[in-house]
Every structure is written in structure tokens, then in C-alpha cells.
Design a protein around this ligand. Structure first.
Ligand code: DX5
Ligand code: ZN
Length: 218
């Protein structure tokens, strides 16, 4: 079994001190740094772009897990790759040719990920599983931190875990949204091995990050 990895979402960090916040979660035991990129069009919120990713890169050597909630995504993939992203994940709804987008990410030497919204059927991964290093199941509708975990996504995590195991490839199974120590436990039982958490990690300030992260590992 793959050990559970924790990916703090910097959406819940103090944006006035992002570099220091990343250093703090890195020191507190984060495995990945989850960076939520939103365009105010694919999702109803605006966050950060490649310029900020580049500025943050010197602050941690941990995997930069860039979750693109932008449409179209293709024109920006190279900029995120150059800025220092390690994993670049895209939603199939973000463009007509997600297979090509995933190939593009791989061709730039980065790890491609596919992300499924709560209403997107699991079958959306079937013909791209050979191209990806990560499957991300959204357990909230993307756009904001602090939402409640959608229980129906546990079945989708199970279905994804089954497909990944049948593929015989090493593919991380990540879950994003509404993760607390309690939902973490259920997501892990369903087969998730990377947990994104914003609120649950950044809650209470820097003195709490290590305990918050440890609580999610179960
Ligand atoms: C939502 C983002 C998440 C979000 C998670 O669109 O993809 O990464 O920040 O936040 P919490 O853990 O607060 O639900
Ligand atoms: Zn995310």
C-alpha cells in the first residue's frame, strides 16, 4: 500500500506571506504543495498564475502540485511547467482535447494529472489512464476552500482505485475538498493516497500546522 501523502492547499494560506507559509507547511511535514489556479471563468473565483508559482519555487523543494481550474488550459501549460510546477492537473471539461493536453504536459517533462468534478463520471479517465501519473477526485465543486465533503465521491474514489490497480501503473489517487481528519479516514479507506487540505491544515496558524497535518494521516 502506498503511504498517504498530504498536500496542503495554499488557497487557505495567508496570501500576504505565501513564501513563509509554504516554508512553514514544508517544515510541518507536507508532502506536496497544492496550488489552486483559478481563472474566474472555469470556476467562479480568481487566484494565482505562473508568475506567483515561479516566485514561490525557491521556498520549497517539495512537489508543486498545480491544479488548473482554467479554460482553456493549453495556452498556459508551458508557462506553469517553466515556472516550476511538478504535477500539472487538468479537468476534461477545460478543453476539447484533454488527451493532447496530457501529452503536452508529459512532453515538457512534468507529471500529468486528470481531475474529475463531482458530477463528472469515472469513465472520463478510461482512455487517458495510460497518460497520467495522478487522478484527482474532487469532493467539492471547485472554486472555493471551506466547503463540505460530498459523500457520493467516495464511490468514485473506489472506482478510480480499481481502475488504477487494473492498469498496473503507479498512479497517485488524490482527493480534494472538505478533507478533515474524519473525511480523510473515509477517503483513505476508499483508496485515496494523496489528500489535499486547505482549511484543515492552515487552521489555527503556524503553530498548528504540524499537528493538523499529522491528524490527517490518521
Ligand atoms: C477547491 C480547491 C481545493 C480547496 C480545498 O476548488 O481545489 O484545493 O482549496 O480547500 P478545503 O480543504 O478547505 O476544502
Ligand atoms: Zn485543488
Amino acid at each position: 500500500m502506498i503511504p498517504v501523502r498530504i498536500a496542503p492547499s495554499i488557497l487557505s494560506a495567508d496570501f500576504a506571506q505565501l513564501g513563509a507559509e509554504i516554508e512553514a507547511v514544508d517544515a510541518a511535514g507536507a508532502d506536496f504543495i497544492h496550488i489552486d489556479v483559478m481563472d474566474g471563468h472555469f470556476v467562479p473565483n480568481l487566484t494565482i498564475g505562473p508568475v506567483v508559482v515561479r516566485a514561490l519555487r525557491p521556498h520549497s523543494r517539495k512537489t508543486f502540485d498545480c491544479h488548473l481550474m482554467i479554460a482553456p488550459a493549453d495556452p498556459y501549460i508551458e508557462a506553469f511547467a517553466d515556472a516550476g510546477a511538478d504535477i500539472i492537473s487538468v479537468h476534461p471539461e477545460a478543453g476539447p482535447h484533454v488527451h493532447r493536453t496530457l501529452q503536452l504536459i508529459r512532453s515538457l517533462g512534468k507529471s500529468p494529472g486528470i481531475v474529475l468534478n463531482p458530477a463528472t463520471p469515472i469513465e472520463a479517465i478510461d482512455y487517458v489512464l495510460d497518460l497520467v501519473d495522478l487522478v484527482l477526485i474532487m469532493s467539492v465543486n471547485p472554486g472555493f476552500g471551506g466547503q463540505s465533503f460530498i459523500d457520493s465521491q467516495l464511490r468514485k474514489i473506489e472506482a478510480a482505485a480499481e481502475r488504477i490497480s487494473r492498469s498496473g501503473r503507479q498512479i497517485a489517487l488524490e482527493v480534494d475538498g472538505g478533507i478533515t481528519p474524519e473525511t480523510a479516514r473515509r477517503a483513505i479507506s476508499a483508496g485515496a493516497n494523496v489528500l489535499v487540505a486547505g482549511t484543515a491544515v492552515f487552521n489555527g496558524g503556524r503553530g498548528n500546522y504540524a499537528a493538523n497535518i499529522a491528524a490527517l494521516r490518521g
